[in-house]
Design a protein around this ligand. Structure first.
Ligand code: SF4
Length: 304
């Protein structure tokens, strides 16, 4: 009994489409974020310490070197020979398009790179960047635009100092869909002030607009963040593991089976994670979701 028996996982999707394992290699291309440098806001999202999202957030070596290091790490656990370059840390469309072209093409120049996954904010994807991504797709590359939305509720987005609302997401999705660029939207479970119904409504609105992929994350409380202070002052109470598993399972059941789950949980590194500590038990959470789907005699899409 494995997750992919019940959920359309990205790993299985790639395996079926490419006939072999394709792994993501994360890249830190040294971008910053408009919600940190003052152009959209200062201080960033209340939960953001980018080291928690990206294992190589401290790595500033050239793209080719990061890819080479990633290959070595992956070779220790799998025989994958083809890879997707995942620009993960901070806002990976936050530069002029010429610079972006240069950075992205450093990855695409490697023979074993099948494409790009670009993590960014919904308010930071101008038409010129979408045109660039569409041109790569037309050249046959696998392209994913990963949009960190987290919630469709503007009150929640304001509460976590996100610096954009749902309107920007709608606009970017519309423009990306006109160009047939696949979108993977990120949703956080356990945001301050949100309950199960908020996550279900977020999912519903995202599905209405159209999406090809989804990522679910538990909200991590990590060091050196506003959220860490709120947690210490007992103003924020993290979700427990069983609630997370139950909400994620509800969301999976309501997601059509042709939408690919790139992730249904996430971990943070031990040196910065404060709470909830179960976030580090990635396999326990994945097994918990699998077991929950099995016990409900359910699977992805059953309630879509
Ligand atoms: S948009 Fe992303 S990188 Fe920027 S502050 Fe928020 S979580 Fe951090």
């Amino acid at each position: 009994m494995v997750l992919s028996d019940y959920v359309t996982t990205f790993g299985q999707d790639l395996l079926q489409r490419y006939g072999e394992r394709v792994h993501k290699i994360t890249i830190n291309a040294g971008f910053t974020c408009p919600n940190r440098d003052g152009s959209k806001g200062r201080g960033g999202c209340t939960f953001c310490n980018n080291v928690s999202f990206s294992p190589n957030a401290r790595d500033h070596s050239p793209v080719a070197e990061q890819l080479q290091n990633g290959r070595k790490v992956i070779a220790k656990r799998t025989k994958a020979k083809r890879f997707l370059a995942y620009f993960q840390a901070y806002t990976n469309t936050y530069a002029d398009v010429q610079y972006l072209t240069d950075i992205y093409e450093q990855a695409l120049a490697e023979a074993d790179i099948v494409g790009l996954s670009i993590g960014t904010r919904p308010d930071c994807v101008p038409e010129s960047v979408l045109d660039l991504l569409a041109s790569y797709k037309e050249r046959g590359y696998e392209i994913w635009l990963e949009l960190g939305l987290q919630s469709v509720f503007d009150t929640t987005l304001e509460r976590v100092n996100r610096g954009h609302g749902f309107a920007e997401y709608k606009q970017t999705v519309h423009a990306a869909r006109l160009r047939n660029i696949p979108i993977c939207t990120h949703i956080i479970i356990g945001l301050p002030g949100e309950k199960r119904q908020h996550n279900l409504t977020s999912l519903e609105r995202i599905l209405e607009l159209g999406v090809e992929g989804l990522k679910l994350h538990p909200l991590h409380v990590v060091k050196h963040t506003v959220l860490a202070k709120q947690w210490r002052q007992k103003e924020y109470q993290p979700l427990d593991k069983l609630d997370y598993i139950s909400i994620a399972t509800d969301m999976i059941e309501r997601t059509p089976a042709d939408i690919v789950y790139h992730r249904v949980t996430a971990t943070a590194s031990n040196d910065i994670l404060l709470a909830p500590t179960w976030c580090n038990e990635k396999w326990a959470v994945l097994n918990g979701i699998t077991t929950e789907l099995h016990q409900r005699n359910s699977k992805q899409g059953i309630k879509a």
